[in-house]
Every structure is written in C-alpha cells, then in structure tokens.
Design a protein around this ligand. Structure first.
Ligand code: ADP
Ligand code: MG
Length: 234
C-alpha cells in the first residue's frame, strides 16, 4: 500500500471548554479526491485550518509525506505543496481571468508554476480567459479561485465548501471539475451540500460534533443508518 500523502492521528482542537475537533484520524491517499461532510458546527473548517497551518492543534499529529506538520509556519506548509482555496476574495476584478492566473503563478511559494492554458482547461474557463474577472458569474469566480490555487502546482488541494452560494448547475459543474483532478492533484474538500457529495461520488468522511461518525464510499454513507439519523435527518 502507498503511504498516505496526508495522515492525521487523534487530531484534537479545543476552544475553551468546547472540543471542536475530537480525536480525528484520517488518511488521504495520493491522487484521490476525498470529502468531509457534516452539519454546521461539526468541526470541518477547524480541521482544515489545522491542516493548512492557520490553527494549531491542541493535541494529536498531522503527517504529510510521513513528516510532521506541527509547528511549521504557513509559508513552509505552502512550500511543501499544500494549497487552500482562498476564502477572502483574492480575484482581482480589473484583471482578466488569464492575468489572474498568471499573477497567482508568480506568487507561487513552490517556485515553478503551472502552464496557464493547462489551468484554464482544468477549470474550464478557456472561453472567458480574456474577460475581466468583474464580469464573471459567481460560479466562474469560484472556479477561477480554484485555478489560482492550481497555478502553484499543489500536491494537496484543500477546499472549504467550494460550492457555497452556487446554483445547482454550478454545483454539478464544480463536482465534475474536481473529479477531473483525480490522479493529478490530491483533493480534500469539505462540504455540507449533499447534492455535491453525491455528484462527486468519492470516499466520504462524515463528521458530527467534532468526531468521525462514519466513512466510506458515498453509497455506503448514504445508506448508513446512523448517518441518516444524525445528518440527513431521516
Ligand atoms: P463547520 O466548519 O463544520 O461548520 P467549525 O469548525 O467552523 O464547524 O466549528 C466547530 C465548532 O467550533 C463550532 O461550535 C464553532 O462555534 C466552534 N469554533 C470554531 N472556531 C472557533 C473559534 N475560533 N473560537 C471559538 N469557537 C470556535
Ligand atoms: Mg465551516
């Protein structure tokens, strides 16, 4: 078996008396797309924040390529090839889609950047490459942000609710776009939209109250009684 690109063991984060992430152990194999679902407050963002180094764990371990990420600085983690889709708007409205991608490539902590045409193909925005970002639809803007993260040639791409605010068509396209990354970039996406997870149809981890409730194929998750009770509310 291959060594996981990312592995956490008993990862825990407390905020005062609240345990937001509680003994979470996950393995992510290289080249795969995995997702973490769970209702609001389940601890998904807290987990992701620890993985990209913006938040320190209270206890537990994070291994990337077998090496501990604990105590490393943000830029150091970025340089190791872990990228996160930026949360705050990082798209420059007055620049074209292509110019935004080029810019993202130049601020790449890893050095060499991806070919712009390749990134445009990966996010399916070739037709609007010369359009100023201010004229993009909400979904296109989100895909551009994914493209900007891809320009740094990450080995592990972390996505926090990539379909937030999207129409159902945009959500479906986002799922197909991320599936297209299979085998090229390892993706860990957190999401609460069940339609997106269904469309993505990948290995899924269900979080609830800071803990892992279940994990497996989407099919297995969808038919898991505990998951149905707690998450799907049926
Ligand atoms: P999710 O992303 O699954 O919606 P979060 O990780 O954002 O969940 O939050 C998990 C729990 O931790 C929630 O109860 C939230 O209020 C709490 N929490 C998250 N960040 C902080 C923080 N910086 N300080 C205090 N509590 C926090
Ligand atoms: Mg969240």
């Amino acid at each position: 078996m291959r060594q996981p690109i990312l592995s956490t063991s008993r990862l825990t984060r407390q905020f005062g008396g609240l345990t937001a992430v509680d003994n979470v152990s996950i393995d992510v194999d290289p080249g795969t797309v995995q997702c973490i679902i769970g209702p609001n407050g389940a601890g998904k963002s807290t987990l992701l924040n620890m993985l990209c180094g913006t938040l320190q764990p209270s206890s537990g371990q994070i291994l990337y390529d077998g090496k501990s990420l604990l105590g490393r600085r943000l830029h150091e983690i970025a340089r190791l090839g872990i990228a996160r889709k930026f949360q705050v708007p990082t798209v420059f409205n007055s620049l074209t889609v292509e110019e935004n991608l080029i810019l993202a490539g130049t601020i790449n902590p890893q050095g060499s950047s991806r070919d712009v045409d390749e990134a445009l193909a990966m996010i399916e925005l070739r037709e609007v490459a010369q359009l100023k970002a201010e004229f993009l639809a909400h979904g296109q803007r989100q895909w551009l942000e994914i493209g900007m993260a891809l320009m740094t040639k990450p080995r592990l791409l972390l996505l926090d609710e990539p379909t937030a605010g999207m129409t159902s068509d945009e959500t479906a396209k986002t799922a197909s776009l991320i599936r297209g990354l299979l085998g090229q970039v390892t993706v860990l996406a957190i999401e609460h939209d069940i339609h997106f997870i269904r469309a993505l149809n990948c290995y899924t981890i269900v979080m609830h109250q800071g803990r892992i409730l279940a994990s497996g194929s989407f099919d297995a998750i969808e038919h898991n009684e505990t998951v149905r009770d707690v998450y799907l509310g049926r």
